[in-house]
Design a protein around this ligand. Sequence first.
Ligand code: FES
Length: 149
Amino acid sequence: MPRARTMPPTQSATKTRACSRASGPERLASNSRIIDSVTQIKTEAFGTIKRDPTAKGGPSTAIAGNVFFQASNTSAPVFAGATILDAADEAGIFIDNACRSGTCGSCRVKLAWGSVRMPVEDALTKEDKAGGYILACQAEISGDVVVDA
Ligand code: FES
């Protein structure tokens, strides 16, 4: 059975070890710098506020138009202030989604016909827009539309 050999530490490993073994006042100063850093942490929230259809005094009963989901061969009404994703949810049609605020791009679908208004379209590239893609979570309609979902 071969014997395990212990290699002498290299010069850089020795330096690293020496730095990480700060003790006494050096270590206290280091820790207080960390604590100062922690108390000075600022946070930023990116993105937009998620839609809350009930926030505007309850859901509307006025129909803004109908959406035809080509792949599902299903049509559904879209209420004023609601989105194509809301209509898909109501109709039992699955469109992938995550943020529901126009920033992740999970709900990207192709608009085959009609037009939509999207308050937030951060997740769409120029190519997406040129290719006719929309964000279902943001797409409000004022007339009938057809999407590939
Ligand atoms: S669900 Fe994230 S952009 Fe629509």
